[in-house]
Design a protein around this ligand. Structure first.
Ligand code: 4AD
Ligand code: MG
Length: 428
């Protein structure tokens, strides 16, 4: 019996197993706020209708004690869609010690120290559930579009996204391993087997950024598809993004309400996305008052500014090759640009997806590797993919926590992953 199904048991005796997250008494009645993982409900214990022992136990209850409670399901006297339990039996599984997270306001550092307990609060519960829904939505969308899950390794011998943000791990007699920054390169191998594939897992960036959008360990879904070129790559990303929004608006109403998320703007995302090429984006930003110059990457403020009045996310495509990774394919119209895109979400959420068509020509790729100063021998296997049946192909990576942050409207990405890792947090 789960709290979420309480309404189906109106008038019946049920048993709920969970925790007391709040309690108050008024004379001969105890009101217990209980939760069992599936939802939240109130149990009413009246002195007159329970054995003396139950009443005595009730008085011993502390916040976050674990309990098994039995009683009859009734409708709330004033709220038609709220169901309660009129308790008859109460068993304390464990009487909790004094709970450190109280009703008073706690600072973020305190809450992060107690992350293992903070996860129980209704807002954190809601975020965990939205995160789960987003993962399901992504997987559902990809399978409906014929993508196969092919996970990539976390220990890797080489860099995918630049050598400056690599975490190093001593690796037996083989020297140094690097924690993966993205599984993309491995997916490029797997498309020649399954056509379209994706991975979904933790990736690592030793970024010294202390922003509200950066983690050192975050989850990414990389997707890759054979015979898909730049244009279609954008279309897939757009369809995926809309699918995620629609899915969450349909299945996470309760969670978004707990988070007090005004979903008006999210609902507007269900329309074609705006596209700007990099040059246009820079021009627009300068018009809006940014001091960004051509050839520079967008800062957080720029991303917020650019999307300020846009009801839909904005793709910025065709960036200068020299500020993007070696694997991106050059634009045939202008060889200084690459066939890539960053998707900037609405409501200040910033970059959500990075994607590109990949360099599929052996000579061009070799030249890029050398120009970037990467050790060619480390990438021989990757060059093999251009030696044996190379095809045009494209892919992208979506940051899970960035997506959770956008949809939940939570300010800081550290609340969008169960146990965040940032430059200054490794505990709990
Ligand atoms: O734009 P990025 O660096 O792209 C790649 O890694 C490609 N190899 C992906 C691909 O084509 N398969 O990262 C992709 C996304 C970003 O758009 C952002 O959402 C997220 O990953 N991201 C981060 N999220 C949290 N903390 C960080 N430090 C992040 N860095 C990137
Ligand atoms: Mg990026």
């Amino acid at each position: 019996m789960l709290i979420k199904n309480l309404s189906e048991f109106l008038g019946q005796e049920v048993e709920i197993r969970g925790w007391v997250y709040n309690l108050r008494s008024s004379g001969n009645i105890f009101f217990l706020q209980i939760r069992d993982g599936s939802g939240f409900a109130q149990a009413v214990v009246s002195k007159d209708s329970v054995p003396e022992q139950v009443w005595a136990d009730c008085a011993k209850l502390s916040l976050e004690s674990s309990i098994i409670i039995k009683g009859k399901v009734t409708q709330h006297p004033r709220q038609a869609d709220v169901f309660e339990l009129q308790a008859t039996v109460l068993q304390i599984v464990q009487a909790a010690a004094e709970y450190p997270i109280g009703k008073k306001e706690h600072g973020p550092d305190f809450l992060m120290e107690y992350r293992h307990l903070w996860l129980r609060s209704p807002k954190q519960w809601a975020i965990l559930r939205v995160r789960d829904a987003i993962m399901l939505a992504i997987e559902e969308f990809l399978h409906s579009a014929d993508f196969v899950r092919v996970d990539s390794p976390i220990f890797t011998p080489n860099a995918c996204e630049g050598t400056t943000t690599l975490f190093q791990v001593p690796y037996f007699d083989l020297g140094t391993a690097y924690l993966s920054q993205s599984g993309q390169l491995y997916l490029e191998a797997a498309i020649a087997s399954v056509g379209r594939c994706y991975d979904f897992g933790p990736v690592f960036r030793a970024e010294k950024s202390k922003t509200k959008r950066h983690l050192t360990e975050f989850w990414m879904m990389d997707a890759e598809a054979a015979f898909v070129e730049h244009e279609e790559n954008l279309q897939i990303q757009e369809n995926l993004t809309r699918y995620i929004i629609r899915y969450c608006l349909t299945y996470c109403q309760k969670e978004l309400a707990i988070l007090e998320r005004d979903t008006t703007k999210l609902a507007q995302v269900d329309a074609p996305f705006v596209r700007l090429n990099y040059k246009e984006a820079i021009a627009k930003l300068r018009q809006l008052g940014s001091d960004i110059k051509e050839g520079e990457d967008l800062g957080n403020d720029d991303e917020v500014l650019l999307t300020k009045d846009s009801p839909v996310p904005i793709f910025i495509e065709k960036w200068p090759a020299n500020i993007k990774p070696f694997y991106m394919k050059r634009d045939a119209q202008n060889s200084e640009l690459v066939l890539n895109s960053d998707l900037i979400a609405t409501e200040g959420a910033g970059e959500l997806i990075g994607g590109s068509q990949r360099e599929d020509n052996y000579d061009s790729l070799l030249e890029r590797l050398k120009a970037e100063g990467l050790k060619v021998e480390d990438y021989e296997w990757y060059l093999d993919l251009r030696r044996y049946g190379s095809v045009p192909h494209s892919g992208f990576g979506i940051g899970l926590e960035r997506t959770v942050r956008w949809i939940t409207g939570v300010e800081h990405v550290r609340e969008c992953i169960p146990f965040p890792r940032t430059i200054n947090r490794l505990k709990p």
